[in-house]
Design a protein around this ligand. Structure first.
Ligand SMILES: [Zn+2]
Length: 82
């Protein structure tokens, strides 16, 4: 299962005129594994499941196709065509 985790990010904070200093900030993140492309990614949103909109669409399309093919099998059984 995905586990809540905290990662440490280094942000470049502007000190003054053109000077930068590395700033260490802690960001609460949720570690997820995308069910479509199986990559690990971090998200701010606990509800996010897929790494990208593209993967979300892919998953929706797969569900749609799976449901459609099941319906076709069912209707074939009813009609008696195998
Ligand atoms: Zn993905």
């Amino acid at each position: 299962m995905a586990k809540d985790t905290t990662i440490v990010a280094i942000k470049r904070g502007r000190v003054n005129k053109g000077k930068f200093r590395d700033k260490v900030v802690k960001l609460p993140r949720f570690l997820r594994v995308c069910p479509v492309c199986s990559i690990n990614f971090f998200t701010d949103r606990a509800s996010q499941v897929y790494c990208s909109r593209r993967c979300r669409n892919t998953a929706a399309m797969r569900r749609y196709r799976a449901r459609k093919s099941q319906e076709e099998v069912k209707s074939n059984e009813v009609v008696g065509v195998s």
